[in-house]
Design a protein around this ligand. Structure first.
Ligand code: XLS
Ligand code: NI
Ligand code: NI
Length: 438
């Protein structure tokens, strides 16, 4: 293809390299904690941002007029994009991608026509996947852009819209299956509400669970061994998104007996919108055996909306990789760059640079996190901090051997309780800095 023909395959050159088209930290084959970096870091391209994003915002139209989009429209454009997408991923060494149905093929006048368009593009994607060995990390449905989803998809008050969403999810699961996708994501889209004056929240949540159960049943029916994920987000586009954060989603899944079929796809920018750190969101999911995959991006804490920026923040990347390693790694999941270049970064070169810096940031984070874990920096401190539960009364509490009466007697018989110890936050932060800066 002509669009990236001047770009060589991006290689690792180390941290002293001055060439922007090289990796400074990402060295795919380097072994970290027993396996190559690229297995820890299953990087994925988000088709919707990288291939179809134009840089629109509420005040302005697209600034990113891609040369490949200028050559054709409709299905022809969609076909060119497939070629460009795979050429782009090959050049960078991205081994996975993710897409919504609506990203890859234009919508037709009817569902039938849309599905026909999808099949034609999926044929082409299949050929490119075979040629390049690039894999599908997960597929998903866009049931939020079209005006029919104005009041939600599975949580719409309109039963026909529920049915439409179900039909669309069915097809998206089928194409994900056909392409050998490891996962399938449900991000809420417009599943939420603006005001309780017009919303039956209880009923909407029941319907959300109904649709998810249908998806589980259908995957079983077609013999598709897929990992389903829910991607939490607290707000945007609706004021109250139902899948608020990790804790909300874990309890929703448990309450509806869906916890064995779903894990979480956790996005950095959504964590901070929920007023949590990414580390908190990951830890909560991991503690509940539901850490599945990551949408690797970052927000702007001064803005407070989903800016979906490429990840460049080392501190966050270290703590994200720390949580992933601590949980034993992502199995079916990976690190999907659900990220878009800034509106003024409108050249195709910016797209390359953005992915390179994202991959480098997580590679650096991985190295540092592995050192922190191997040296037991935080884990040893945790053991030490909670040691009063290893013996004596602490052990009895943990073993459920005592109740209020026994604890009252225990305390009445003691002159003084054990002295509290420092939480050593600043010390730990200082050690973390040493690991980061070296
Ligand atoms: C939007 C979400 C979306 C999902 C896929 O905020 O992050 O991009 O990842 O539907
Ligand atoms: Ni997002
Ligand atoms: Ni996302």
């Amino acid at each position: 293809m002509k669009y990236f023909e001047n770009v060589k395959k991006i290689k690792y050159e180390g941290s002293k390299s001055l060439d922007p088209y090289t990796f400074k930290y990402y060295n795919a084959e380097e072994i970290i904690m027993g396996k190559p970096m690229k297995e820890h870091l299953k990087f994925s391209m988000a088709y919707w941002h990288t291939m179809t994003g134009g840089g629109t915002d509420p005040f302005g139209s697209a600034t990113m007029i891609r040369p490949w989009d200028e050559d054709a429209t409709g299905m022809e454009r969609a076909k060119i994009r497939v070629k460009v997408a795979f050429e782009f991923m090959e050049k960078i060494g991205l081994e996975y991608f993710c897409f919504h149905d609506a990203d890859i093929a234009p919508q037709g006048a009817t569902l039938e026509e849309t599905n026909k368009n999808l099949d034609e593009i999926v044929d082409l994607i299949e050929v490119e996947m075979k040629r390049t060995k690039i894999k599908l990390l997960w597929g998903t449905t866009n049931a939020f852009t079209h005006p029919r989803f104005v009041n939600g998809a599975s949580t719409s008050p309109n039963a026909d819209v529920f049915a439409y969403a179900a039909a669309q999810v069915k097809k998206a699961i089928e194409i994900t299956h056909r392409l050998g996708g490891a996962g399938y994501v449900f991000w809420g889209g417009r599943e939420g509400y603006e005001t309780l004056l017009n919303t039956d929240m209880k009923f909407e949540l029941e319907n959300l669970a109904r649709l998810l159960k249908m998806a589980v049943d259908y995957a079983k029916e077609i013999d598709f061994d897929v990992q389903f994920y829910i991607e939490p987000k607290p707000k945007e586009p609706t004021k109250h998104q139902y899948d608020f954060d990790s804790a909300t989603v874990v309890s929703f899944l448990r309450a509806n007996n869906l916890d064995n079929h779903f894990k979480l796809n956790i996005e950095t920018n959504h964590a901070t919108l929920a007023m949590h750190t990414m580390q908190h969101e990951l830890r909560f999911a991991a503690d509940n055996d539901m850490l599945g995959s990551v949408d690797a991006n970052q927000g702007d804490l001064l803005l407070g909306w989903d800016t979906d920026q490429f990840p460049t923040n080392i501190y966050n990347a270290v703590l994200t990789m720390y949580e992933i390693l601590r949980a034993g790694g992502l199995t079916t999941g990976g690190l999907n760059f659900d990220a878009k270049v800034r509106r003024p970064s409108f050249t195709k070169e910016d797209l390359l640079i953005a992915h390179i810096v994202g991959m480098d940031t997580y590679a650096a984070g991985l190295r540092i996190a592995a050192n922190l874990l191997e040296d037991g920096v935080f884990e040893d401190n945790l053991k030490q901090r909670y040691r009063s539960y290893d013996s004596g009364i602490g052990k009895k509490i943990v073993n459920n051997e005592v109740g209020f009466k026994e604890l009252e007697t225990y305390i009445l018989n003691r002159k003084e309780i054990e002295a509290n110890e420092s939480g050593k936050q600043e010390l730990l932060e200082s050690i973390l800095n040493q690991y980061i800066i070296g």
